[in-house]
Design a protein around this ligand. Structure first.
Ligand SMILES: Nc1ncnc2c1ncn2[C@@H]1O[C@H](COP(=O)(O)OP(=O)(O)OP(=O)(O)O)[C@@H](O)[C@H]1O
Ligand SMILES: [Mg+2]
Length: 343
């Protein structure tokens, strides 16, 4: 058992390390490739029960469009003040234009975001109902699924050249078609030749990404990939983590577990479990996984250890789940959280 004094100095050292990593965030450039999604939140106030069917009639209050998927990871990075290069596709529709507008205004390099007529920007619309003074609750979600365009034929050599100035690359695969095998190979080539981290989050096929730096599945995705049930068993989780780490030749595996925090696996080391930061009385968990991959990868790009990167990602995720909608943590906010928690 470490003595109390020892524990205190370990906390101080951890705080100093984490703050040093955060200080490096503004100088980095990250590439973000993948599915650019529009997260829509449609708010209505409950006015009465309909006479047409046993449903509520909502009075329109507000419609909010937020960046989702790869666009959310990018948005999180922009709020952490790093430079971002985005690779992806949008449709020639209002959702696509809104995404491009939002991210360009924040300074992202969008020169390799294709706008394709044959493609529809994926939109996830949540309809939220609330009475006066009560928190709105999601009633139903409507997804508009993308059509595949011809963007898969785009030449990849110029993209590799463009990504060479990046300090790390994120690949965010929500299964809407922007991530395809030749693109993945290209990103791996850039990451290998420049010896920079390539970190992948994949909703439906985490098992297809071999030899990348890290993947960041949630527990459900891990269970689906291994066709097994892990539940809350630490033993089963550790067994599964070890299997994936070796089987997919990863350096790190970060398994997020919602309100149970996250577990980091690394070759030759004991797994590290990081409990959630803050309370589990959350406002909205939408996109917490995007925050995790953004902060984890950015911290690795700053030379942080995987464990320190996971701790920072966990602080950031703890902050965004307190906010409504798909959200991000600002650099000052993250700094204050680390500083206060470890003082
Ligand atoms: N209820 C909660 N309370 C506190 N922190 C939470 C809660 N839910 C999630 N988090 C934080 O967010 C991280 C990621 O959450 P989660 O495992 O739900 O990701 P995900 O399922 O990939 O999310 P996404 O909807 O973005 O795909 C967790 O590891 C934890 O740090
Ligand atoms: Mg996720």
């Amino acid at each position: 058992m470490p003595s109390r004094g020892n524990r205190l100095s370990q906390r101080t050292l951890l705080r100093e390390r984490l703050l040093r990593i955060l200080a490096e965030f503004p100088g980095r450039t990250l590439g973000v490739a993948g599915d650019l999604i529009a997260d829509q939140f449609l708010y209505g106030q409950i006015s009465r029960v309909s006479r047409e069917a046993p449903v509520l009639v909502l009075e329109y209050r507000d419609l909010v469009n937020l960046p989702g998927g790869a666009a959310n990871a990018a948005n999180n990075l922009l709020d952490l003040k790093c430079r971002v290069k985005i690779l992806g596709v949008v449709g020639r529709d209002e959702a696509g234009r809104s995404l491009v507008r939002t991210l360009s205004r924040k300074g992202a390099d969008m020169s390799h975001v294709l706008s394709e007529a044959a493609y529809a920007t994926p939109v996830k619309t949540r309809i939220l109902a609330g009475a006066h003074h009560s928190a709105p609750q999601q009633v139903v979600r409507l997804d508009r699924v993308a059509e595949h365009g011809s963007f898969r034929n785009r030449p990849l050599a110029p993209i590799r050249e463009w990504l060479k100035s990046c300090d790390a690359i994120i690949l965010s695969d929500y299964g809407y078609g922007a991530v395809f095998p030749t693109l993945v190979e290209s990103l791996k080539k850039v990451a290998d030749s420049k010896e920079i981290p390539l970190v992948v989050d994949s909703r439906f096929r985490m098992d297809e990404f071999e030899g990348v730096t890290a993947i960041t599945p949630n527990i459900t995705e891990l269970e689906a990939a291994l066709r097994t049930v892990i539940g809350n068993s630490r033993d089963l989780l550790e067994h599964a983590g070890d299997r994936v780490l070796r089987g997919q030749r990863l350096r790190y595996l970060l398994v997020t577990q919602g309100r149970f925090g996250m577990t980091l696996f690394q070759r030759g080391r004991e797994p590290v479990h990081v409990p959630i930061f803050g309370s589990d009385e959350v406002a909205d968990v939408t996109g917490a996984g995007d925050t995790v991959i953004a902060v984890f990868t950015l911290a690795l790009a700053c030379g942080g250890s995987a464990e320190d990167a996971a701790r920072l990602a966990n602080y950031a995720a703890g902050l965004v789940v307190m906010k409504r909608g798909t959200a991000s943590a600002a650099l000052d906010e993250l700094r204050a959280a680390v500083d206060q928690d470890l003082s």
